[in-house]
Each structure stands twice: as structure tokens, then as C-alpha cells.
Design a protein around this ligand. Sequence first.
Ligand SMILES: Cc1cc2nc3c(=O)[nH]c(=O)nc-3n(C[C@H](O)[C@H](O)[C@H](O)COP(=O)(O)OP(=O)(O)OC[C@H]3O[C@@H](n4cnc5c(N)ncnc54)[C@H](O)[C@@H]3O)c2cc1C
Length: 443
Amino acid sequence: MQENTNINGAHDGNSDSNGVTGSCQLRVAIIGGGIVGVAMALGLLRRNMAVRLYEQAGNFREIGAGVAFTTNAQTCMALLSPDILAAMKAVSTKNESPYYTYVDGYRCGPDQTDDDNDMRETQLYQLHAGTTGFDACHRAHFLDEMVKHMPEGVVAFRKRFETYAFDEDLEEFTLRFEDGSTATADVVIGCDGIKSRVRQVLLGEDNPASYPGFAHQVAFRGLVSMERAVATLGKDKAHNQCMHTGPGAHLLNFPVAQHTLMNVVAFAPAPGDWVHERMVAPAGEDELPAAFAGWRPAVRAIVGLLQELEEGRLDKWAIFDTYEHPAPTYASGGVCIAGDAAHATSPHHGAGAGMGIEDALALATVLDLAAKTMQGGDGSKTKRATVAAALAAYDAVRRERTQWLVRSSREVSKTQQVGCQVLSHQPQDGISEVIIVKCPVEG
Ligand SMILES: Cc1cc2nc3c(=O)[nH]c(=O)nc-3n(C[C@H](O)[C@H](O)[C@H](O)COP(=O)(O)OP(=O)(O)OC[C@H]3O[C@@H](n4cnc5c(N)ncnc54)[C@H](O)[C@@H]3O)c2cc1C
């Protein structure tokens, strides 16, 4: 990869060898250094690709609180690069129980009281967390650990991607950044998140699929000291994942940071449009308590713990997704999108980042194959055709599964509301089970 003269004709000062970290002739530009972009880079470096990652911010940073990974995501991390799994394991926290627990956070059960100290809630059902359990981490800790494995010279900060153009003669892309600099690459992977600019250029600015839509929900998030959480809720509830369901809203807590913090995310309905420019906005003082007024004391206590943070100046996070206008393709020629850039989802499966890790594994696999094909081939296929075939294969294997997640997450959200009734549990194989839940019809 090399940075060329910028569009004003001035050289940006980077040497030609910058970022070329492998011997393979495929030069891959990754746009975006979130969890998916960084994992993508480590997976490609492991396969001796020449990788350059362009991040708009001045350093790596993750905002938000906790993130948890399914067994499947963990398997993909190991296959992508054992360094990624090791990074996650170094900072992750396991649930004490092997199950996720869903409770009625709203109705007072027969043996319960409305006394503020009665933290009991009725258990609705439990789901097995998979063979390796659900590992949860502080987002920033995980990203920091992964970045430790990134060689010098791979990452270029303060590079806000604007557009690309393909040179037919040279068979390469020229990327242009907001600061006027340019760079060249054979493959462009957009890992630039929910508002992906790469998706806009790939699908067209007039295409509604280039933009996410508001899911009419907001999330309030925070990390509470485990000491405070245990004192308020008791050890069992504070140290284990628990989904508190109720009318129109729900609240999830799980332990992170080696059980020193309790991650909390509370979801509330938000009818109407999202009018703020950013996806995070200051919440009104009463907004969170109002969403959970009249709920069980345990839920109101967790809301109180969230309000203690930042002296009550909580933010609310708009939930956007690609539900209404899913991307008709994730790839075209030598350009593709992955992670939230391709399939931003509401977070009710807790699997958006995990799906992005799966994307990264699929991409690393097909690009590795493309590179080997080019090295060992008879030259009958151009680099351009080989890369395009690899990315078309990526699109074919990833689109259906990831767009299912986006749809299913919206459905799952409904089952996390009171009024849903568990009809039956059907154990399948000792680990998984089918739970039939009847939910009220909308409208
Ligand atoms: C409340 C909530 C809870 C969640 N919980 C879970 C969970 O438990 N488990 C799970 O698997 N998932 C979870 N998710 C989903 C998960 O957070 C996302 O799927 C994941 O973080 C997306 O990562 P990403 O790297 O694709 O995008 P991002 O993290 O958004 O990273 C994109 C990067 O690209 C950069 N960028 C953007 N535009 C440009 C540009 N033009 N040029 C250069 N750089 C650019 C940004 O600065 C950023 O660094 C949750 C989401 C929410 C909202």
C-alpha cells in the first residue's frame, strides 16, 4: 500500500513502503478501526496480506459499555487469528451461571411484595449460553488488547475516507481522504460502521439502502461498580446476566471487567423521528425513570444505579439498523462492506459485533484463496477478476445470514416485553432448546 501525492499535488510525506506488511501482491485497504476493522486487519496480516487500515479518529477508541461474544463468535476469532481470541479472553468475564436468565421485571409475583427492598422477580425462562459461555468485555479493553497485536505502520489515523475510483489500466483503486491525501489498493473493505461512507459510495448516495433507519428505540448504558451492584441487588443478580422484561421496554445487566463492573443497558421506546445529528444525545432527567416507573424494585434500583453515574447526566443512544432497507449486495468488483457497515442491527441478539467477526473470517478466507490463486495460477485470470470473484463469494455466503439477524433482532425485542407468555420449552440435545413464546399482536 502506498500513499501518493494528494489531490492538491503535495506529497503527504509517507514513504512507499508504509503499511506493506506482507509479501502477497494483494494490497488491502480497510476503512474503519472499530472491533471489526481491527479484527479484519489482524486476520489478513496472519495470512500475509499487505494491509493498511485507515481510521478517521486520532486513535483507537470504543465508546459504549460492554460487549459480549457468543460461542460462535469466539470460534471465528480463533480461526481468524488466535491473537484475537487471546485478546478477548485476556479481558473478558464469564457469567457465573451457564445460562442467560429472563425474568418478569414488571409484574409482582405471587410470593413477592412491592416493598422497595424486595429484589425478587419471577423467572420466565433460561437459555443455555453455549459450550464456551457468553464472554463479556469492556469494549475499550478488548480493542486495546487487540491493538497490541497490530504491527507498526499498518494503521493511518486521521484519515477520513471520502471516495474511491478504479483505474482500469493499473487495475487498482485510488482512495481519497478528507485531508486531500490519496492511497492506492487492490481491495477496499469498508468497516466504517453504521453510517458507512463506503456503503454510500458502493450502493449510491440516492439508494435508501445506503442509510440506516431509526428503530424507534433508545438505549441508556452504563458501567456500575460491582460493589454498588452487589450491595443493591445481591450477589446472584449482580454477577449474572439477567434480562428484565416488561411493557414496551427491557433492561439487561451482565458482569464485565473480571466481575469488577456490572454492565447495564436499558431499552425504551422512542416514537417519532430521531432529530439529533449524532446517534447519542443527552437524556432528559426523568426520561429513564419514566420508562421504568412502576416496575419491580430490582429494576428501579438498577435504574437508580445508572442515574448515580455522571451525576444523573445520562446519554441516550438511538438504535438504528438496516431493517427497512437492507443492502442489495455487500460487494461490487474489488470493494466490499463488513460489520455494521453492511448490516447494522438493533442489539437484541447481542451478536452484531460477533457477526462482523464472522464477516472478517469469511473475507480473510476468500481473499487468501484469491491471493493463492493468483500466485499459483497460469495468468489466465486478471487480478481484478480474481478479487471480484472472491468478494462475490463473500457476499453470497454472508448476506442472508446477517440480514436474518437484523430482522430477527427486531422480533426478539418483542419477546422481551411483558404480555409475552412462554408456552413451552422443548429441549433439543441437552444444550439447546426451543422455547415457544406467544406475544401480543402489534397495533
Ligand atoms: C446497546 C448496544 C449493545 C450491543 N451489544 C452487543 C453485544 O453484546 N455483542 C455483540 O456482538 N454486538 C453488540 N452490539 C453491536 C456492536 O456494538 C456492533 O455491531 C459493533 O461494535 C460494530 O463494529 P464495527 O467495527 O463494524 O463498527 P464501529 O464500531 O462503528 O467502527 C467503525 C469505525 O470506522 C470509523 N469510521 C467511520 N467512518 C469513517 C470514514 N469515513 N473514514 C475512516 N474511518 C471511519 C469510526 O471512527 C470507527 O472507528 C451492541 C450494540 C449496541 C448499540
